[in-house]
Design a protein around this ligand. Structure first.
Ligand code: ZN
Length: 707
């Protein structure tokens, strides 16, 4: 045999062995992560349970698998520990295992499934999964020891890259913040409290989504509202209209109804959603969170909650918020003076000359119509959902170099739910799947949110093969009516942009470590990509491209576009005041043991004095962010500073510009949570981040004027 032939034969054998290894490794990996590796539509449909029995069975199976994985990690001898047998399996268990993803699916189902029995089974399954991870992972001293053993010898064993170093340190910090190094009797108390809190949080959210309160109103009580809109309302036996408290209905009536009694009734119903049940639950959550924080050695839960964030401490956040309040105070004062210059029919001041809370939206909308001649009814005709959605996808196609395809299949949780596949530009690879559940219905999550189900990862186990993300966008956009399609108000178009910002962050932010993928960033950075995309809405060219009259097909006339862009600062002072007050509320609620009602009153008197205080309103009972965001509602304003700074840079090149879009994806989104956000932003901008773009955008520069 000639030597050259021998080389070919050896190479061929080498390739064959590698190929066989890869095929076997891939099949073993897919078998192990049976519900998390999505390859085809059937896998997606199979991810979703169909019966309560299936929920129970799969919960049991996945928990048994998770327990086995845990035992394997613990069983590695100390001196043998390395990244592959310790950190990688820990990451997979906590971020990518069947049990973890199953918990995400059950969380979505508890909030959105139309069938009560499924919601209850999902709730029970989710509690079991949370209990497992509380007891067997974050509360497990043996697993913490495994982690610390590895940390002690990691430098002899491995050369870690930046992401691996970061994830190891994040895990250690999370364990320490959970109190694991405390004496056993204190730590076991913390574990019990944590479990109780998890159950209370789920109960709080569920109370809100299952609040189906409604009013019965006669036609004369709905004056000021478009007759076509009224025609789509359901009626009871007496002929009265049934008016629910979903967002589209609430907003339409509060903005337009000239009958004060109607606005007042609906305001009370809406602002007391979840009350009184959630008042009781929230007080328990506050007390238990505080107890945990103090046991761990923090002054309050707010201190504990912020310790891992960009902002670090409540004092820094408070300073940030108070400065914003002070900078926007004059702007709000001028706005209110303008809006109330002449009160519209059906609105009056309270006895002490203050604005009543149920009049605010009505007065503002009236002024908008009068001064800017912007009529939301007219505008929404240019934003039929279908066209708007397709135009959005076109923007992302050209800006982010991705492709979309709508997939049709049976077996999702409701007939309204749709599914998009996201590909790379040449369609050779699926990057992720996005479920869309966009319209309100009974017992459904009442806000808008993106539920990440499966993280996008590069599998180190399979030569960095990319596993696609799966996310669900849940919203409550105006439903189709009679013969008309779903027509979106500008605020709803903005919501869609916002939630797509989250969804695409999940899809494009594939990392090697599943716990750092996509939106798994610091909470006070997570609203950056979503609020960045909202800014597209204020661009004249974009508005022309995404609008299309649902009957004539015409884009928004230029005069209307001008009015929309001119209205950007119309209520920015009030917006900042309101957001900053809510952020102060969430911060202070958890900065000790606080009475939710007293705090509401206190902040109202300090910062909302232009409005009449109403003691019988309990907005906190439906303030869902108090569960997921805890003390961190400031994250919206904090993230917006970065969003506007980045937007300024992107705008210099253009909102369709492929190069800057690609840089944004590669230098920011693609890293998910695997880098310090400050570094990502600084790298993209070529300078440290600044607040000025944010203030200018809000119209809060030194020369304040109303536009
Ligand atoms: Zn968001």
């Amino acid at each position: 045999v000639k030597p050259i032939k021998l080389i070919y034969v050896t190479l061929a054998i080498g390739f064959s062995v590698a190929a066989i290894w890869y095929i076997e490794a891939r099949s073993a990996f897919r078998k192990k992560f049976m519900s998390t590796c999505i390859e085809k539509i059937e896998d997606l449909v199979n991810l979703l349970p169909k019966t309560t029995q299936e929920i129970e069975k799969r919960t049991q199976l996945y928990l048994e698998q998770a327990q086995e994985d845990l035992n394997t990690i613990i069983g590695v001898p100390t001196q043998m520990r390395n990244f592959e047998n310790t950190m990688l399996p820990i990451d997979r268990l906590v971020g990518f295992s069947n049990a973890k993803v199953w918990g995400q699916v059950l969380g979505l189902y508890e909030q959105t499934h139309p069938d009560k029995e499924i919601r209850t089974a999902a709730h029970n399954g989710l509690i079991r999964i949370k209990t497992f991870f509380n007891d067997q992972f974050i509360g497990n001293k043996t697993i913490f020891k495994a982690l610390m053993d590895y940390d002690a010898i990691k430098h002899e064993k491995d050369i870690l890259d930046e992401e691996q170093t970061y994830v190891t340190q994040e895990f250690i910090d999370d364990f320490l913040r959970s109190g694991i190094s405390l004496p056993e009797h204190i730590f076991s108390k913390i574990c019990i409290l944590r479990q109780e809190i998890d159950e209370l949080l789920l109960a709080f959210e569920r109370t809100i989504s299952e609040d189906n309160s409604f009013l019965q109103l006669n036609d004369h009580e709905l004056q000021g509202i478009d007759s076509k809109w009224i025609a789509h309302l359901k009626r009871d036996d007496t002929g009265a209209c049934i008016v629910g408290i979903d967002y589209p209905t609430y907003q339409t009536i509060m903005d337009n109804c000239s009958v004060e009694a109607t606005r007042k009734k609906l305001y009370f119903l809406f602002s007391n959603r979840g009350y009184p049940a959630n008042d009781v639950i929230l007080r328990k959550i506050i007390a238990k969170r505080h107890e945990i924080a103090v046991l761990i050695g923090f002054d309050s839960y707010a201190h504990l909650d912020l310790d891992s964030q960009m902002a670090k401490t409540p004092a820094i956040v408070e300073r940030f918020l108070l400065e914003l309040i002070s900078r926007s105070a004059l702007k709000e004062e001028r706005e209110l003076a303008l809006w109330c210059g002449s009160l519209p029919e059906g609105a009056t001041y309270s006895a002490d000359k203050k604005i009543k809370l149920w009049d605010l939206a009505y007065i503002r909308n009236n002024c908008k119509k009068r001064r800017l001649q912007i009529d939301e009814y007219e505008l929404c005709k240019y934003f039929p959902l279908e066209n708007t959605l397709q135009k959005f996808l076109d923007i992302y196609r050209s800006f982010m170099h991705i492709e979309f395809e709508e997939l049709f299949c049976e077996g999702l949780w409701h007939k309204d739910v749709r599914m998009l596949a996201v590909y790379n530009q040449c369609r050779t690879e699926i990057l992720g799947y996005i479920f869309l559940d966009l319209h309100p219905r009974e017992n459904k999550y009442s806000h808008a949110a993106c539920f990440p189900l499966i993280p996008a990862i590069y599998c180190d186990e399979l030569l960095s093969e990319r596993i696609p993300a799966v996310v669900a966008v849940v919203a409550n956009l105006a439903p189709p009516q009679l013969n008309d399609p779903s027509l979106l108000m500008l605020s709803e178009v903005k919501t869609l942009f916002h939630e797509f910002g989250h969804a695409l962050h999940s899809v494009l932010g594939a990392t090697h470590m599943s716990v750092l993928s996509g939106t798994s960033v610091k909470c006070d950075f997570v609203e950056m990509p979503s609020q960045l995309l909202e800014e597209w809405l204020w661009d004249e060219e974009i508005l022309t491209k995404i609008s299309c009259h649902y009957k004539t097909g015409a884009p928004l006339p230029y005069r209307l576009i001008k009015k929309i862009t001119a209205s950007k600062h119309f209520d920015s002072g009030s917006f900042v005041q309101r957001q900053a007050c809510l952020a102060l509320y969430s911060l202070n609620l958890f900065n000790g043991i606080t009475d939710p009602q007293e705090l509401e009153k206190d902040l109202h008197c300090k910062y909302r004095d232009a409005f009449d205080y109403e003691p019988n309103v309990h907005f906190y009972a439906s303030f869902g962010h108090l569960t997921g965001y805890g003390a961190k509602y400031y994250s919206y304003l904090w993230s917006k500073v970065f969003a506007l700074d980045l937007f300024g840079e992107i705008k210099r090149y253009g909102l369709y510009d492929r190069n800057i879009g690609q840089r944004y994806v590669q230098e920011v989104l693609a890293f998910g949570g695997s880098r310090d956000p400050n570094k990502l932003v600084e790298n993209f901008l070529g300078r440290p981040p600044e607040q000025s773009a944010f203030l200018i955008d809000l119209g809060l520069t030194t020369q304040q004027h109303i536009e």
